[in-house]
Design a protein around this ligand. Structure first.
Ligand code: UD1
Ligand code: MG
Length: 433
């Protein structure tokens, strides 16, 4: 695809008051990434001239997007004096003749869907869809098969409100059309904003050809509220899960599984119901059992859960992690940790068994310390390993041991329990039976 044919402008300067949030709307997350990230990612697949218009929380928006992508152009809107989507276009200087303008609150858009706007010769192409409930969208007034104008909901008459054809929020303009009409916009409307959508009626009056492009809500949905946010997330979740099932992943009750966009699978994997997989997690040839959470971790040839929690930077290979086990920033290779453990800041080697209730005490209230465990170690149940600690190969830690800092040498037994006493008939004396 020839990426220097088209410029893309993404409008991301608005407050998003309907989100009722201190956070700028475009930074709200869908499937683990800000909405704006998804739109920029799709845009970069078809254009190398991307302008993002910012104003509200502009530093946060620019910083975060620059951490994901190089070569974005940012334009700061004078939103105090020129609010609205038309105001947002005022300082924009696209490089190419054809300019695609996208609202920044359409996280479901794909590069394939955007291509529909490129190869036509109309002066303006605008996206429309029909909705049973058009609430919140600008209504598209079509007359004799031609788009006549767009009426924003707050300016619409009772009759216009009943129109179910709406403006989806993506437009292709020629650069000349933008240069001519943006300076002519006014804020003479219910919201006292400069509406980009007013270009349509002005251009139409001048006899320009405006082609409506019928699109589907699955890809063009605008997110204005937290309800919209969750609806859009469900749509994207389905897409992600279908993609991975087609790639060979088995999912049980997929509607109960949450998988972020950075997660990848290799080989044959099973994900049971109620699992949550986030960040840049990689699961290869593994079985993630019901109710487990895996965050930013790598799991290879292993089984995890049910109800296990792998926190960021965990690495599991040929390992069994069972129920109620929490692992954080640790590497486990060829390990069995079947029940009720906390394993943090640890490296554990092949053939080692971690008994039920074992805890790495990695934190002294100020700093975190490492636990290094060698091969074929048997850590008995309910032991506490007070880090920093190193256990060499072939060691046995007796159940109930509190292992204080230091090293346990190869082949040893470490046992740290008080001697058991039994006092005959104590029970009967105590309860005077
Ligand atoms: C807009 C359209 C509406 C359409 C709908 C589709 C206008 C006037 N209305 O309405 O016809 O049906 O999208 O989703 O365009 N923005 C700025 N600067 C601003 C205001 C907004 O950059 O001053 C950005 C926002 O960050 C957002 C986008 O423009 O990403 C759209 O703004 P929003 O307030 O969501 O417009 P809608 O009311 O949804
Ligand atoms: Mg919107």
């Amino acid at each position: 695809m020839n990426k220097d044919k088209i410029s893309i402008v993404i409008l991301a300067a608005g407050k998003g008051s309907r989100m009722k949030s201190p956070k700028a709307k475009v930074l709200h997350s869908i499937c683990g990434k800000p909405m704006l990230y998804h739109i920029i990612k799709a845009s970069l697949e078809i254009s190398d001239d991307i302008t993002v218009v910012v104003a509200h929380q502009k530093d946060a928006v620019m910083e975060l997007m620059s951490s994901f992508f190089d070569n974005l152009h940012f334009v700061v809107q004078d939103a105090d004096n020129f609010p609205g989507t038309g105001g947002a276009m005022m300082g924009v200087k696209p490089k190419n003749e054809k300019v695609l303008v996208l609202n920044g609150d359409m996280p479901l858009i794909t590069s394939y869907a955007l291509q529909g706007f490129i190869n036509t010769n109309s002066d303006i192409i605008m996206s429309i869809f029909d909705l049973e409930n058009p609430d919140g969208y600008g209504r598209v007034i079509i007359d004799a098969g031609q788009v006549k104008r767009i009426v924003e909901q707050k300016d619409a008459s009772a009759y216009e409100l009943k129109v179910t054809t709406v403006n989806a929020g993506i437009y292709a303009f020629s650069k000349g059309v933008l240069e001519k009409y943006i300076p002519l916009l006014s804020n003479n409307n219910a919201q006292e904003e400069y509406y980009l959508t007013d270009i349509i009626s002005m251009a139409r009056a001048d006899g320009l050809i405006i082609s409506p492009l019928l699109v589907d809500e699955e890809k063009f949905k605008g997110v204005n509220s937290k309800k919209d946010l969750s609806d859009a997330e469900v749509i994207m979740q389905n897409k992600i899960k279908i993609h991975w099932m087609n790639a060979g992943v088995i999912m049980q009750l997929p509607s109960t599984i949450y998988i972020e966009e950075g997660v990848t699978f290799e080989g044959e994997c099973i994900v049971e119901n109620g699992c949550r997989l986030t960040g840049n997690t990689l699961i290869a040839n593994s079985h993630i059992k019901a109710g487990s959470v895996v965050e930013d971790s790598i799991v290879k040839n292993s089984d995890v859960g049910p109800l296990a929690h792998l926190r960021p930077a965990s690495y599991l290979e040929e390992t069994h992690v069972g129920n109620f086990v929490e692992v954080k920033k640790s590497s486990l290779k060829g390990v069995k940790a079947g029940h009720l453990s906390y394993i943090g800041d640890a490296q554990i080697d092949e053939g080692t068994n971690i008994g039920a209730g074992v805890i790495t005490c990695n934190y002294d209230g100020i700093k975190k310390y490492q636990t290094i465990i060698g091969k074929n170690v048997f850590v008995g149940s309910d032991s506490q390993l007070i880090a920093p600690v190193q256990i060499e190969d072939d060691v046995m830690i007796a159940a109930g041991t509190t292992l204080t800092s230091g090293k346990v040498e190869k082949g040893s037994l470490a046992i740290g329990r008080t001697k058991l006493r039994t006092i005959k008939d104590f029970y009967y004396k105590f309860f005077k039976k």
